[in-house]
Write a new protein. Sequence first.
Length: 322
Amino acid sequence: MSWYRNTVWFVKGLREYTRGGYESASKRFNPADVEVDVAGRSFLVTGANSGIGKATAKEIARRGGTVHLVCRNKERAEVAKKEIVTETGNQNIFLHIVDISNPKEIWKFAEKFQNEHKLNVLINNAGCMVNNRELTEDGLEKNFATNTLGTYIMTTALVPLLEKAADARVITVSSGGMLVQKLNVSDLQSESGPFDGTMVYAQNKRQQVVLTEQWAKAHRNIHFSVMHPGWADTPAVRSSMPDFYERMKNSLRTEAQGADTVLWLAVSAEATKLPSGLFFQDRQPVPTHLPLAYTHSPPEVEEKLMEALEEFSQKFKSVSPG
């Protein structure tokens, strides 16, 4: 069945995920949706020093928002911050150095952030595709640690702050690659069988879709969404998928085109008129399963994922004295 999923997904991608797909979809966009002033609203973007994260942060800054850039590499992050401030004239750009693959760092950051800032919109953009099985210093498989557990901890740690905000939103940048994967909670750290980084990444992205659906049920005062940016020309695609990049480079979306739906979900009034928990592509909700792909999971399996991630996350949560 995997060959069927992969083939259908790739054909779908050639039609919808490329630059041509974006240009076709954008004909129905209403430009006024994102022509808004978000001064006074606070946005946190993970993985914001390059690619879709930086493109999103820049567009929010242009609209007057306060933007918190959460990045792993200090030098690259400072360059990105300077570029955003220079191009937009917005001085309300703040930098936080956090490794999203390090759960202790995320907990520590979130605790400090809650005491010092307000937050209206969280954008979970940070991600990685490591093609060989690598472990973090905590013994976690790196893709899982970054894409799934990191996203889980950042979101759950900041939910109490978001619940205090007006029009609170959480947007997670996923991938259409998740369509080729059925949720698997029996091997979250890819310990059994041959390691395929692309499929591990796709599994993580399926997990993000399930997380979003579960969070939407649990937190009614926050609007949750998850999205596919299409196939965009980003540094991550070039480094993690060089063969794919060489084959598709002339058809890939720009970073701004990849970021368009993230921006729409983050700032437009139209986005929150739709139900919480949906999966978006080019400003509209789309199915989370391919026809006849048999990737649906029963509720108890999805609940098991949430329980496992909560258990993982609590292991790394330090209790502050007093």
